[in-house]
Design a binder for this molecule. Sequence first.
Ligand code: AMP
Length: 114
Amino acid sequence: MEETLFDRIIAGEIPADIVFENDHALAFRDINPQAPVHVLVVPRTRMRSIAEAPEQDPRELGCFVQAIAETAKALGLEEGGYRVVFNTGKDALQTVPYIHAHILGGRRLSWPPG
Ligand code: AMP
């Protein structure tokens, strides 16, 4: 699997505005925010997208989901609510082939997304 931008952020080779991290995941602010709060959460275990989840260790996946919730809490989004998005593949406009959860919040979000 080719090295991606997010591999390099995890390795500390590219700077990022980190808002949460633990042994399982890293969360940092999106460079092109689409909401007042827009953070990306990546698991330290590498996979291209959520489509590869069936082949992963379910405990690691569970820790990743917990890290998403902990990040949202640390950002103060629990009360107002937030959206979690996994863009997957070309129709969803996934641009970085390393799984990442977008956390969007801080304003009323429209539905459905365009
Ligand atoms: P996606 O389109 O779902 O693959 O999302 C990739 C996201 O990565 C986009 O929202 C970009 O704005 C974001 N992004 C690209 N480069 C960086 C970077 N160096 N630091 C933080 N976010 C980035």
